[in-house]
Design a protein around this ligand. Structure first.
Ligand SMILES: [Fe+2]
Ligand SMILES: [Fe+2]
Length: 325
């Protein structure tokens, strides 16, 4: 924080509301004050009308500060800002470049995913998330360049929700590539992929490094995440079975060497395998800082025999055609 802002503590009787960083844009004025919470106090970070330039936004994301605050009285301004951005992003006719639209839409989808990761028992939030996901999917299908723009976005400090959005974008693009046309099924695949690592959100395990570096306790925690994640959701009857299956089976491998079940190919859901392929590719990018072209190369070497070859090849072709690798 800059020195001159440090003295700017706010009045005691002001109340604050948490908002998500991924809903803010780096390229325009912020029409409300933004606060950080430090040592229990709310400190002004961005003054209303200031330009929240890309560097400051990135610094905030790098701090792993996923939560920032606005004054409760600024809530109408914040909602207006969200509505304006959503409209701007989803209407291609408004003439904003695809890169800007992709950044806004990715941010909104990441925020919607974080809402459900944090509140998995809240049915209303889940319904809103499903609707957001449908719109996200339409954008991804309509815009040939969207996938590349989404994958190109800087993720700041590694985030399970950011990884979820990448995996979902890849998985549903791959499913379409392989001939899936049913919009409802694609929506469920996307939801499963967005939530697949929900347990990482709770386990406290630092997943942002290669699993080969985990010690034995960490490995044990890691191996439990598909099972615990599915369990976390399955008491709520509003989650679709396929969503739970994707979470449960996304680390299974066709030769029976995966976890948690050690299932064979015939017993693994095809959507779970699609997510497994997308996940293996993006884990290296989001959590291990590997370049996309190196990640797909490694998959061709390491994952053949563990995941279905047509899916790995399908992903490779998709990435090439979209000029991602
Ligand atoms: Fe996982
Ligand atoms: Fe994952």
């Amino acid at each position: 924080l800059k020195k001159h802002r440090e003295g700017n503590l706010t009045a005691k009787d002001e109340t604050y509301q948490r908002i998500r960083i991924s809903t803010l844009r780096g390229d325009q004025e912020i029409p409300f004050d933004v606060f950080l919470q430090i040592a229990g106090k709310h400190i002004l970070y961005i003054r209303k009308g200031d330009n929240f330039d890309g560097v400051r936004l990135k610094r905030l994301k790098d701090r792993a500060t996923h939560h920032i605050f606005i004054s409760t009285t600024a809530e109408p301004e914040y909602k207006k800002y969200l509505r304006y951005n959503t409209e701007l992003a989803y209407k291609s006719s408004l003439g904003k470049p695809i890169e800007v639209r992709a950044q806004i839409i990715q941010g909104l989808q990441q925020a919607a995913t974080e809402e459900v990761l944090e509140n998995p028992n809240d049915q209303l939030r889940y319904e809103i998330f499903k609707e957001d996901t449908r719109k996200y999917l339409e954008f991804l299908l309509r815009e040939e360049k969207a996938l590349k723009c989404i994958l190109n976005l800087d993720h700041g400090s590694p985030s399970v929700a950011h990884h979820g959005v990448n995996v979902a974008s890849l998985a549903c693009s791959l499913a379409i590539e392989l001939g899936e046309k049913d919009a409802n099924k694609l929506q469920l695949l996307t939801i499963g992929a967005l939530l697949h690592d929900i347990e990482h959100f709770y386990s406290g395990l630092n997943v942002a490094r290669p699993p080969t570096e985990f010690n034995s306790d960490e490995k044990a925690t890691y191996h439990k995440h598909p099972d615990l994640g599915a369990h976390r959701l399955q008491n709520n009857n509003f989650y679709d079975q396929i969503v739970l299956k994707i979470i449960l089976q996304h680390h299974e491998q066709i030769n029976g060497n995966g976890f948690p079940g050690g299932s064979r190919e015939k017993d693994i859901d095809n959507f779970a395998l699609i997510v497994a392929v997308a996940d293996a590719f993006d884990r290296k990018i989001t959590f291990e800082n590997v370049e996309p072209k190196d990640s797909i190369k490694r998959m061709m070497l390491d994952m053949v025999g563990l995941l279905p070859l047509p899916l790995i090849q399908g992903l490779s072709q998709l990435l090439k055609r979209r000029e991602i690798v």
